[in-house]
Design a protein around this ligand. Structure first.
Ligand SMILES: Cc1cc2nc3c(=O)[nH]c(=O)nc-3n(C[C@H](O)[C@H](O)[C@H](O)COP(=O)(O)OP(=O)(O)OC[C@H]3O[C@@H](n4cnc5c(N)ncnc54)[C@H](O)[C@@H]3O)c2cc1C
Ligand code: FES
Length: 252
């Protein structure tokens, strides 16, 4: 589907922990269908280049983002007050494929990498979904409230400091699961571990690659991902060919 520009108004913005923001927005016009894993390219104040952010949840006229303030662009954006209006190009990217006849699903997310995963469960209520979600601490986990609990069969929260749920990484618990399909988004180390797990157990895996981006629409090649297909390595664009790729094809 072609992306269009939408004007979004910030209805609520809450900070969680040091630098995580939950940004609830509303649109005057009806938003298009957005698939799990697709993203918005957001215009941030005083920056030429837009910033890519996945769509966490949405309805016809509301959309929520979970954003880490990590630099100038995200700092300017998360400093916007309630009521501010910004524009976003959406929906962009391919999103996570939902495979027919595969109902036993696991989600593996870390930090803001949990955000693109929830719509897999929310938009496909017939799936049997277990989520393994990792955060630095309880405050960051709180940005998601109990949203995952409402749509997943089982959720395991993990924190690096032990302040909530399992004390350790979500990848520690992967071997306790036997999903048919694993969907992943997070730090490269997490994705690498997930790829090895999928290879070893013959699990189908898909990962969302949150590369640094420029144009966001396939023209600048800033977002290249190394992909191995048929024994040959090639570069693919996270924005236009991804951001979701079969995990066994990604060269980390
Ligand atoms: C498809 C996609 C979906 C994304 N979804 C989200 C999301 O839901 N929530 C969210 O918080 N972020 C998300 N990101 C990452 C987000 O786009 C970047 O953090 C943001 O563009 C950084 O802009 P900045 O100007 O604040 O930081 P910059 O000043 O550009 O960079 C600050 C620091 O962040 C690092 N950085 C920049 N871009 C990235 C990146 N893509 N991945 C990792 N590190 C980066 C830089 O190397 C630098 O160290 C997503 C990225 C992609 C490609
Ligand atoms: S960001 Fe320009 S090609 Fe992907």
């Amino acid at each position: 589907m072609k992306a269009d520009k939408y004007y979004l108004k910030i209805k609520d913005i809450t900070r969680h922990g040091k630098n995580i923001f939950r940004v609830e927005c509303e649109s005057e016009t009806v938003l298009p269908k957005i698939h799990a894993g697709q993203f918005a390219h957001i215009k941030v104040p005083n920056k030429e280049l837009r910033r890519p952010v996945c769509v966490y949840r949405n309805t016809e006229k509301t959309i929520t983002f979970i954003i880490a303030n990590v630099g100038e662009g995200t700092d300017a954006f998360t400093s916007l007050p309630k009521g501010a209006v910004f524009d976003a190009l959406l929906p962009l990217g391919n999103g996570f494929p939902i495979l027919p006849d595969k109902t036993n699903i696991a989600l593996l997310g870390g930090g803001t990498g949990c955000a693109p995963l929830i719509k897999i469960a929310e938009d496909n209520p017939s799936l049997n979904v277990t989520a393994l979600l990792g955060f630095p601490d309880k405050h960051v986990k709180d940005a998601y409230g109990d949203d995952f609990d409402k749509v997943c069969k089982r959720v395991c929260y993990c924190t690096d400091d032990g302040s909530c749920g399992y004390h350790g990484y979500p990848t520690d618990l992967l071997t306790e699961l036997a999903p048919e399909v694993l969907y992943v988004c997070g730090a490269p180390a997490m994705m690498k571990t997930a790829r090895e797990y999928c290879k070893k157990l013959g699990v189908i895996g898909f990962a969302s690659m949150e590369q640094r981006m420029g144009c966001g629409v396939g023209a600048c090649l800033v977002c290249s991902v190394r992909i191995m297909q048929d024994g040959k390595e090639k570069l693919m664009r996270a924005c236009a060919d991804g951001p979701v790729f079969p995990i066994e094809e990604i060269v980390f």
